[in-house]
Design a protein around this ligand. Structure first.
Ligand SMILES: *[C@@H]1O[C@H](CO)[C@@H](O)[C@H](O)[C@H]1NC(C)=O
Ligand SMILES: *[C@@H]1O[C@H](CO)[C@@H](O)[C@H](O)[C@H]1NC(C)=O
Ligand SMILES: *[C@@H]1O[C@H](CO)[C@@H](O)[C@H](O)[C@H]1NC(C)=O
Ligand SMILES: *[C@@H]1O[C@H](CO)[C@@H](O)[C@H](O)[C@H]1NC(C)=O
Ligand SMILES: *[C@@H]1O[C@H](CO)[C@@H](O)[C@H](O)[C@H]1NC(C)=O
Ligand SMILES: *[C@@H]1O[C@H](CO)[C@@H](O)[C@H](O)[C@H]1NC(C)=O
Ligand SMILES: *[C@@H]1O[C@H](CO)[C@@H](O)[C@H](O)[C@H]1NC(C)=O
Ligand SMILES: *[C@@H]1O[C@H](CO)[C@@H](O)[C@H](O)[C@H]1NC(C)=O
Length: 474
């Protein structure tokens, strides 16, 4: 086990980026207003499912994103009965929140928490409920409001998910995580049930392209845009000490780059006059953020691309809206911290502000240390396991455009076997699912994985990261 340096050199771990303040052109802002309803003739209802996949104050931004999305849809005319919200709901009243009872998603933004329907909170934010909600399966949900996507053949569906992710997987605040094969199967089943006309999915997570690539058929009438390519970090923004900064009393990031890009666009445009393609291009440009993969990512498109000809209002709604009353957001490049380090970054900001030595400060220092120890352990044990099981540590090369893995049960078993011996992957360690997929793609059997995991992690005390206590990721 690695030894602890006396002094935490956290700054070196945290990837911060300070870039020039060049502004993007705002000439695309048309500031036209209108109220025409772009929905097709007949009985068509707009539905939405919004999911924040994390919990804890250091992940403030994901729930802030989802609350903001709700406000856009609500203003756009969607009814609460047609908007289903998954959020852990531990942010607004967290003792660290400098503005109790409220949540903001941008430095000068107003409260986005008010009025948000709390359909699925706490333990009820889980993959099983998410799938049941999408399928409109009332008897499949446990707890919560029981609201499901009871959509009809003419209906339009908007799905927005924001959180941590890893190759082939999306986080949830309760285990297990979402795995791409299960999610895609749910979409296929939904399509087969004939209960929607078209669906649009906005997905923000690290490696989110891997949830869709090689898996989603193009004929399901589903268009997906993801914040990153298949193997790329996502980025948190509006972080303390960065530019643009949150209000000084906040020591957590307020949003994520892809999410604030689409939402600030939706806030500032008349969505009756903007197509999904136009929004995609603007979001892609802004999320590239100086076109440097150390501070931006490649927004992707998948599925039924003809849908991108439709206006954004078909999914997000649109009502007469005084655009000049809405502060146009900065479109310049934004300082960011990568998703996987954003929670530690936030803890460290909190730590720095505790000027006096106190129990609280000591506690936070220990917490940061523990997290770092576990991360290092995860990284080194995965390395050790790979080198003992694979001749080529990267595994076989897959064809361009193919899915991460063919045998998803194998991938899940690899994850569980690893966690049994080495402890929970956590949202940080999700990045290693590609390595586990490569073991499957190379035909490594589970006995060999079991032996290698046991050997690599024998001396590690997993403590609070024991999967029998926190749950298995797969
Ligand atoms: C894309 O971003 C660049 C700067 O990064 C900017 O110059 C350009 O105007 C942007 N294009 C659009 C369509 O927003
Ligand atoms: C719309 O739905 C209502 C109630 O379900 C039904 O009475 C009506 O005939 C439908 N109209 C059309 C155009 O399908
Ligand atoms: C917030 O408002 C202040 C004061 O008006 C302004 O200087 C700043 O640029 C704004 N921040 C953002 C991110 O728009
Ligand atoms: C609904 O979910 C329950 C519990 O998971 C399952 O047994 C049932 O088959 C599902 N019904 C449909 C129609 O999918
Ligand atoms: C980003 O960089 C790549 C490679 O350097 C280049 O091909 C591409 O045109 C750039 N895109 C933008 C929007 O600047
Ligand atoms: C959008 O519509 C135009 C005109 O109908 C068509 O030519 C074009 O191919 C469509 N684009 C996509 C991406 O389907
Ligand atoms: C729109 O907002 C601006 C800025 O707050 C205000 O000056 C203007 O009167 C508003 N226009 C309408 C039609 O409400
Ligand atoms: C922190 O220390 C300073 C200087 O020693 C003292 O004035 C202040 O009251 C202390 N604050 C707290 C919260 O203990």
């Amino acid at each position: 086990m690695a030894h602890w340096p006396k002094c935490l050199l956290l700054v070196s771990l945290l990837v911060m980026h300070f870039s020039d303040a060049s502004r993007l052109s705002t000439s695309f802002n048309k500031f036209v207003s209108g109220s025409s309803d772009d929905l097709p003739q007949g009985n068509s209802t707009r539905w939405a499912v919004l999911v924040a996949g994390s919990s804890t104050y250091d992940n403030y931004r994901h729930q802030a994103n989802v609350c903001h999305a709700y406000q856009i849809l609500k203003r756009g005319g969607l009814k609460d009965e047609n908007i289903i919200v998954f959020m852990y709901d531990d942010i607004a009243n967290d003792p660290n929140n400098p503005r109790p009872g409220t949540i903001i998603n941008s430095p000068n933004g107003s409260d986005v928490y008010a009025g948000v329907p709390k359909d699925y909170t706490g333990d009820n934010v889980n993959a099983k409920n998410f799938y049941a909600v999408l399928l409109g399966n009332t008897s499949g949900v446990t707890g919560g409001s029981g609201k499901v996507l009871a959509s009809k053949p003419n209906d339009k569906i908007f799905v927005y998910y924001t959180d941590h992710g890893g190759p082939g997987t999306l986080g949830m605040p309760n285990m297990p995580y979402i795995f791409a094969n299960d999610f895609i199967q749910v979409l296929k089943t939904k399509h087969a049930s004939g209960t929607y006309d078209e669906m649009v999915i906005y997905l923000e997570a690290c490696d989110s392209g891997s949830i869709i690539q090689g898996l989603l058929p193009e004929d399901l009438n589903i268009y997906v845009t993801t914040s990153t390519d298949t193997d790329e970090l996502g980025w948190a923004t509006y972080c303390p000490g960065m530019n643009p900064p949150p209000p000084p009393e906040f020591h957590t990031c307020l949003g994520d780059l892809f999410s604030v890009s689409w939402m600030e666009d939706s806030d500032s445009q008349d969505l009756n006059f903007e197509t999904l393609e136009q929004q995609y291009l603007k979001v892609k440009n802004r999320t590239l953020n100086s076109n440097d993969t150390s501070q931006g990512s490649h927004v992707m498109q998948y599925g039924t691309l003809t849908i991108t000809n439709e206006t954004v209002s078909v999914y997000q709604g649109s009502t007469p809206w005084n655009f000049s009353a809405n502060p146009v957001q900065s479109l310049g490049s934004m300082d960011v911290v990568n998703e996987r380090d954003a929670d530690l970054y936030s803890m460290y900001q909190r730590y720095k502000r505790l000027t006096n030595e106190s129990e609280q400060k000591e506690e936070l220092r220990n917490k940061i240390r523990e997290i770092r120890t576990h991360r290092e352990h995860l990284d080194s044990s995965v390395d050790m396991i790979l080198s003992s099981l694979l001749a080529n540590a990267n595994g076989p090369v897959r064809n361009e455009g193919s899915a991460l893995v063919d045998d998803w049960d194998c991938l899940k078993s690899m994850v569980r076997t690893f966690e049994t011996h080495c402890g929970s992957l956590t949202q940080y360690g999700m990045k290693h699912t590609r390595s586990f997929a490569n073991l499957c793609n190379s035909g490594v059997n589970m006995e060999a994985m079991d032996a290698a995991s046991k050997a690599s992690c024998r001396s590690y005390n997993m403590g609070k990261w024991n999967p029998t206590a926190v749950g298995y990721s797969a």
